[in-house]
Design a protein around this ligand. Structure first.
Ligand code: MG
Length: 299
C-alpha cells in the first residue's frame, strides 16, 4: 500500500514537473523570438512639428517613426494627398483615427445609420491607403444609447459583423477602442473589446489598447495585452497622468510591463502617439521616442 502511494506520489510529481516543463518551454522559445521584434512607432498628424505633411514626414523619418495615423474626417478627399506625401518613404499609414458621424449603439436609428454609412466611407479610403484599420468607439458617455444589456451586445455583434465584412472586402479592419470610464463606460477593458472580436468572428474586426485609458481601467498592462492576443492590432500611447508626450509625467511613464505583453503575443502592429505636450515639441517628441525605444529594449 505504501509502495503504491509512493508510486502515485512519484508519478504525480513527475506529471507536475512535465506540465511545468511543457508550459515554460514555449515561453523560452518565444523569448528568443521576441527580442528581435521591432518597435514600430507611429504618430498622429498633430504630433510632429511641421507645416505640411512632407515636413512632418521628413521629421518622422529622422526619428525612425514608421507609421502615420491620420484622422478619418474627410479621409476620402485626402487619399491622393497622403499617397503623394508617402511616396518613396519608409512610412506607412497605421490606423485611421475615428472621424465617423453618429454612433453605433445609438437608440436613434438616424444616428446609428449615420455611423454605419460614414464608417463605410472611411473604411473604403482606409483600404486604399493600405491602413491597418479604422478606430471605432461604439458609444461615448454623452451619446444616448441602448442600455448595457445582453440584447444590446447581441445587436452590436450583428452590426460589427456587417461592418467587419465590409472592412474585409476593402482589406482593412474596424478597430474597437476601449476608453476609460469618464469617456465611455460601455467599453473599457481591452479584454472585453477582444471578447467582442471573438464573438463577431470576422477578420475585419479587431481591437486596440490605449496606454492612457489602460492606466485607469486595467489591473495589468501585460495581462490586458496577453488576453487580447491575436485580436490586438493597434496600440495608442501617451504619458500616464496628463496624456502628454511619454516622459512628460516622469516616473509614471513606465510602459515596460505592457511592452513585455506585446512581445509575448508577438505584436506586429504600431504603437501610435495620441497625446499633447506642455513643452517644446522639438524637445518633447524626440525625448519620448528615445524613452520608448529604451523601455522596449528593457521589456
Ligand atoms: Mg486612443
Amino acid at each position: 500500500m505504501d509502495n503504491r502511494r509512493n508510486f502515485i506520489k512519484k508519478v504525480g510529481l513527475a506529471g507536475a514537473l512535465m506540465s511545468v516543463g511543457s508550459f515554460s518551454l514555449p515561453s523560452c522559445e518565444a523569448k528568443d523570438k521576441k527580442s528581435k521584434l521591432p518597435l514600430k512607432l507611429s504618430f498622429q498628424e498633430g504630433i510632429p512639428p511641421g507645416k505640411s505633411l512632407n515636413e512632418k514626414f521628413d521629421y518622422m523619418e529622422k526619428l525612425g517613426v514608421v507609421g502615420f495615423e491620420p484622422g478619418g474626417g474627410n479621409l476620402a478627399g485626402r487619399v491622393q494627398e497622403i499617397k503623394d506625401a508617402l511616396k518613396g518613404r519608409n512610412i506607412k499609414v497605421s490606423a485611421i483615427c475615428a472621424g465617423f458621424g453618429g454612433w453605433l449603439l445609438a437608440d436613434n436609428p438616424d444616428e446609428k445609420q449615420k455611423c454605419i454609412d460614414s464608417t463605410k466611407t472611411i473604411l473604403a479610403a482606409a483600404g486604399e491607403l493600405g491602413s491597418v484599420g479604422m478606430i471605432l468607439v461604439p458609444a461615448f458617455n454623452h451619446q444616448k444609447s441602448f442600455p448595457h444589456t445582453q440584447a444590446t451586445r447581441d445587436q452590436l455583434v450583428a452590426d460589427l459583423k456587417e461592418l467587419g465584412a465590409y472592412a474585409n472586402e476593402h482589406k482593412t479592419q474596424i478597430i474597437l477602442e476601449p476608453l476609460n470610464r469618464r469617456e465611455a463606460f460601455y467599453l473599457r477593458l481591452v479584454a472585453d473589446a477582444a471578447a467582442l472580436c471573438k464573438d463577431v468572428d470576422s477578420p475585419g474586426v479587431r481591437c486596440l489598447g490605449d496606454f492612457w485609458h489602460m492606466t485607469w481601467e486595467e489591473t495589468s498592462d501585460r495581462g490586458a495585452f496577453i488576453s487580447a492576443g491575436k485580436y490586438l492590432t493597434h496600440v495608442h500611447i501617451a504619458s500616464r497622468k496628463r496624456r502628454l508626450m511619454p516622459g512628460e509625467d516622469g516616473e509614471a511613464d513606465n510602459y515596460v510591463d505592457g511592452f513585455k505583453g506585446l512581445k509575448e503575443i508577438n505584436y506586429q502592429g504600431f504603437v501610435s502617439f495620441e497625446c499633447g505636450t506642455k513643452g517644446n515639441r522639438e524637445e518633447t517628441v524626440p525625448a519620448a521616442v528615445k524613452l520608448l525605444k529604451e523601455q522596449w529594449e528593457q521589456a
